[in-house]
Design a protein around this ligand. Structure first.
Ligand code: C5P
Length: 318
């Protein structure tokens, strides 16, 4: 972790607003170990940040207030009160820095909620970075990472971005150098899936002997080697997600959606995180555009997005 401050008061625009954005993620490997006494599962995961971003704009205000626009805002899928992770992020940073939690936050969502893409975590990470600059708290990246881990298992990665190996409940990160660009198409389903429900289904399937017990220590070396240098076929062969089987059990249409992606020319397709988004790996940028066009015309997804990764984590814009 660098000791550089994450933002700094110098980034406040003339109108008093500070803007930050943070990316969605795909787990290219998600090995789930046993349930721990604290209710979390021990993970061995490889995160890849992809080019679908939420933006958070913050301004000085008396007390906390929140507006949410974009994906999922109209249908009430994203709360605008203390249940929202960005609200909790603001309170946590204010407490840490010993300042009043005075800010108006506006979240512009492109990342769908409850989709397995860490959209809420991206919003929280972007809020930490933006509020650090607005309030001049001069937190280091290390400080922000520690606060992020208190907010949720995926928030530290939303802050870091790029490619990283995640252990513990996913919050302990080792950055991985991977310069090669990877092109994907995200197939977004109509309705979200609850992360605890998907983990619970995995536990039930394992308890019933329908799935082997989890080994969190399964090797991530093949997927890391493929990510670093390719070719696409090597990454396609190395993709794996222990939450895919329970997600498919809960949402049987996912099986069809995964098949639709490979039939449309994806090198491979897997469920992203706890789902229900399908991440389809393409040969290159052109291949992703073609695949996105193909999948947009079929009935398997509500929306499709061509993205690439790795991209940067939460940072100030402008
Ligand atoms: O950390 P986060 O709040 O995102 O986790 C949401 C839920 O997902 C947890 O309450 C838990 O049920 C499940 N989870 C888990 N093991 C992890 C991460 C999350 O069981 N490593």
């Amino acid at each position: 972790m660098s000791n550089a401050t994450a933002g700094g008061p110098g980034r406040i625009a003339g109108n008093g607003a500070v803007v930050a954005r943070a990316p969605a993620k795909v787990n290219v490997h998600l090995g789930v170990g046993p349930l721990r006494p604290d209710g979390f599962h021990e993970l061995q995961t490889v995160f890849l940040a992809v080019s679908l971003f939420d933006t958070v704009t913050v301004r000085r205000s008396a007390g906390l207030s929140l507006e949410v626009h974009g994906e999922g805002a109209a249908d009430g899928a994203v709360p605008t009160d203390a249940r929202n992770l960005v609200w909790q992020a603001a309170e946590l940073l204010a407490r840490h820095a010993g300042v009043a939690a005075d800010a108006h936050l506006v979240v512009d969502k492109s990342i769908p909620a409850a989709a397995g893409l860490a959209g809420g975590s991206a919003d929280a990470a972007a809020s930490l970075v933006a509020l650090d600059a607005l309030w001049g708290t001069r937190a280091t990246r290390g400080d922000l990472a520690a606060l992020a881990a208190q907010l949720g298992s995926d928030v530290p990665f939303s802050l870091l971005g790029g490619v990283a190996l995640g252990t513990g409940r996913g919050e302990q990160l080792s950055p991985v150098l991977a310069r090669r660009r990877w092109d994907w198409v995200l197939g977004i389903a109509g309705e979200g899936l609850s992360t605890p429900t998907v983990y619970g289904e995995l536990d039930s399937l394992r308890a019933a002997g329908e799935l082997p017990d989890g080994v969190a220590a399964a090797s991530t070396e093949p997927v890391l080697a493929a990510l670093r240098s390719g070719p696409v076929g090597a990454l396609a062969a190395a993709l794996s997600n222990d939450l895919q089987a329970p997600a498919v059990r809960l949402r049987p249409e996912l099986r069809e959606a995964l098949r639709a992606a490979t039939e449309a020319g994806a090198a491979a397709a897997l469920v992203s995180g706890s789902g229900p988004t399908v991440a389809a790996l393409a040969e290159d940028e052109e291949g992703a555009a073609r695949l996105a066009g193909e999948l947009a015309g079929g009935g398997a997804f509500r929306a499709v997005r061509a993205v690439h990764g790795p991209v940067h984590g939460a940072r100030l814009v402008g």
